[in-house]
Design a protein around this ligand. Sequence first.
Ligand code: PEP
Ligand code: MN
Length: 280
Amino acid sequence: MNRLKETKVQKINSEHNTAINVNGVHIGEGYFTVIAGPCALENVEVAVESAKAVEKAGARVFRCSLFKPRTSPYTYQGFGLEGIEILKTLRQETGLLLETEILSTEHIDSLASEVDILRVGSRNMDNYELLKGVGRTNKPIILKRNMSATLEEFLLAAEYILSVGNEKVILCERGIRTFETYTRNTLDILAVPALKELTHLPVIVDPSHSSGKSSLVPSASKAALAAGADGLIIEVHPDPIKSYSDGEQSLDIPTFENLMKDLFEMSNVLGKKSFTSVLN
Ligand code: PEP
Ligand code: MN
């Protein structure tokens, strides 16, 4: 890990832990923050129904991808910039923060002006022009680990964002490629404490893309909290079978509500500041 010396992502001492205040929602040390929503923005009805449900269950941020990086060019590619109108409706109907994936530097201005958090997905972790582009905004950035990146490569990708002035980076472990095929990817759970040793940046986990199976998402989520993650990004859909993408790994609303109750209890035991004031 020699290349991490003198970087801005590097942890100076054990007390050096960053929590980012995103318009009143903290992500980082001491907190546990849940981001949830469908894989992709589909239409205004599904967006509003799922946003209201995840907010009621205690999520603070809504994932709403307007652009989808899909393996096949013939599958649903997302709503595109026209989805910004739906984001405006979500702002009126809920108190959730909004986050979305950015695929291209040409969309930085239009998306950064509409959402609270930008996400660089795993396929773009080493798209250095995009990293520098989002690094020139003042938006918090969720950076997902590429499925074949080492932790050092992951942290150096984050350094690209910090190096041009944006220190608000949230790292996301989303599973890596291994020989195992039962799960979509292999959740590298030790990446969480390992990253916490190496960097002061917040670390969250994506239990959905790492497992690829809704039946495994609750276990992966609880493991992430127990391993020291600062939050989760979870796919939730009111009717997963009808989801345009990733329905097999999306939680339905009752399952998400139950998971949130378990996480709430666990977070109290672990001394994390309550991740929600909404749960009762
Ligand atoms: C996503 O979170 O929507 C996504 C595409 O995940 P990943 O970049 O981790 O594959
Ligand atoms: Mn997805």
